[in-house]
Design a protein around this ligand. Structure first.
Ligand code: NAD
Length: 519
């Protein structure tokens, strides 16, 4: 439902179950570039709404899972075509609720048709998995991959549409029905997209429940009829979700936070294209991407030149409303994230770090109306500072020198994070050697940003940055169970066959069951 207040369209993200909007309380969605503007309202979904949505997913499961993947792909392709219409409007809506610049919002909302088409394209492979013969020395068996059952999906606010559909599309092609818990901070563009998907799919195959994490999210994680949970978010929430999911042993896919290191070797040639790659790696979405570069280690001979060139390039960044094409980056999305980053920056400075904001304010007059922050370069910082050891999730980047590549690898690995990393060098072989020693799920060479992780290559974190991998067929089988049907013609060669045929009173002298004691 879309209403207007005479100025700007206000969008509602309702609880949507089996194609119907379900009554609920609502809370406002604020524009982070102009915090006085309410962009829309989102439903405060409750545990009761989750129960209803899961019941719809359970009811729809038998019919949806009985289709071939090819038949499910036809629905998904129809939905992709429908979602493609109006992408520009949904991108503008996403910028108004999330803050990122318009071209980034287009990529985000465009992730929905892209994911639906990509995973629909895996239908043949999925169908082949559903019944595979296995020949063994003892006879034949059949190995089947079957959909696990209703899947719960919980996603964060930073890339809401792309990430949600990156979980929805593989679950659907696998034959699962889904319940999506939308992120409370940025629910609107995703809600609009899910409504279009629900319009095309059979009733109950997809339901959407916006709401607070600790209420609707926790209820979904706990629900006994949800058989697999795909969670993307912070490590702390991931642990809480895992505790809930353990109550009924549902399987889990977890894409969690990162504190990605970039190691720059001394032989790296500092060129404009390389600096552009670094800007994208560090400042995309104002630093609010799970695998943004979050700390940079530069080999000592190159350190001064690198910091100067990096600072000069970053000083050309324009920070402003994401709807204005002159903005390079938009505001931070949440007040909590903004306040946290200000505190981290101040704490580092109070302990002797050099904190240098660079770049331009597009609208200095309206600066304090939004959660705007200039790109900030931090040097002379202690390696154990919270800004180095944690995930800052914003445009504040520590750059540290190293004199020995062993020290850089040790520093990169001295963390419980292990999402992604990068090594930068003119000598790709040397960079690969270093990359092999870095503990991260994806290690990039001379690049480190959105777009560098193709769908054919597994994506996910080591250590506490995640469980499992996404992309490709692995994303599909994550929400499937393997079932073996074993049907041997001849069991006579199996271990114990002779012993279980030839036993009994004729062959065995049975001792008397009761030995009377000698009197
Ligand atoms: P978050 O963990 O606070 O929230 C993520 C989702 O979990 C939201 O929908 C939230 O409502 C829900 N949630 C909160 N508490 C919950 C609970 N107790 N039970 C169930 N659900 C709950 O994360 P965020 O601040 O929204 O997102 C930023 C984090 O996500 C960063 O750490 C970032 O690195 C990470 N992230 C990881 C990836 C990846 O692919 N590895 C991608 C994007 C973001």
């Amino acid at each position: 439902m879309t209403t207007t207040d005479g100025h700007a369209a206000k969008v509602i993200a309702p609880v949507l179950i089996a194609g119907e909007e379900v009554p609920s309380d609502f809370a406002p969605v604020v524009n982070p570039a102009r915090t006085s503007e309410i962009v829309g309202q989102y439903a405060l979904g409750t545990a009761h709404h989750i129960d209803l949505a899961v019941a719809a997913a359970v009811a729809a499961f038998p019919q949806w899972s009985a289709l071939t993947a090819g038949e499910r792909a036809e629905y998904m392709l129809r939905a992709a075509d429908l979602i493609e219409v109006g992408l520009e409007d949904r991108a503008a809506l996403l910028t108004r609720e999330q803050g990122k610049v318009l071209w980034e919002s287009k990529l985000d909302v465009g992730g929905a048709p892209m994911m639906l088409r990509y995973f629909a394209g895996l239908a043949e492979e999925t169908d082949r998995l559903t019944e595979a013969a296995v020949t063994t020395a003892r006879g034949n068996a059949v190995l089947r991959y079957v959909p696990v059952g209703p899947v719960g999906i919980i996603t964060p606010w930073n890339t809401p549409v792309y990430l949600a559909f990156g979980a929805i599309a593989p679950a659907l092609i696998a034959g699962n029905t889904v319940v999506v818990k939308l992120p409370e901070e940025v629910p609107l563009a995703l809600s609009e997209t899910l409504r279009l998907l629900a319009d095309v799919l059979p009733t109950g195959v997809v339901s959407a429940v916006p709401g607070l994490g600790e209420v609707a999210g926790a209820a979904l994680a706990l629900h006994p009829d949800i058989r697999h949970l795909s969670f993307t978010g912070s490590i702390e929430t991931g642990k809480s979700v895992m505790r809930g999911a353990s109550m009924n042993l549902k399987t889990l896919g977890m894409e969690l936070g990162g504190n990605d290191p970039a190691i720059v070797l001394a032989d790296t040639k500092i060129t404009e294209p390389l600096l552009s790659e670094f800007m994208a790696g560090v400042f995309s979405s104002s630093g609010q991407i799970c695998f943004n570069v979050k700390r940079i280690y530069v080999e000592q001979p190159l350190y001064k030149e690198f910091v100067e060139a990096f600072s000069e390039k970053a000083s050309r960044i324009v920070v402003g409303n994401g709807l204005d094409p002159r903005s390079t980056i938009g505001p931070l999305t949440t007040k909590a994230g903004f306040d946290r980053l200000v505190a981290l920056r101040e704490s580092a400075e109070s302990r002797g770090a050099t904190v240098t904001p660079v770049g331009h304010k597009l609208d200095a007059g309206g600066w304090d109306d939004g959660y705007f922050m200039l790109p900030t370069i931090v040097t002379s910082i202690d390696a154990r500072d919270d800004l180095v050891t944690g995930e800052q999730f914003g445009p504040v980047i520590p750059i540290l020198p190293f004199s020995n590549v062993e020290d850089a690898i040790a520093a990169a690995n001295d963390t419980e994070y292990g999402l992604a990393a990068s090594v930068w060098s003119s000598d790709v072989d040397r960079a690969r050697d270093v990359a092999r020693r870095v503990q991260a799920g994806n290690v990039f060479i001379n690049v480190h940003r959105v777009g560098a992780s193709p769908m054919q290559v597994p994506f996910g974190g080591m250590k506490q940055s995640g469980l499992g991998r996404n992309h490709g067929m692995q994303a599909v089988t994550n929400s499937m169970e393997e079932q073996a049907i074993i049907d041997f013609d001849d069991t006579s060669h199996m271990p114990g066959a002779r012993e279980w045929q030839d036993f009994g009173p004729d062959d065995v002298i049975i001792p008397s069951p009761i030995q009377e004691p000698n009197e």
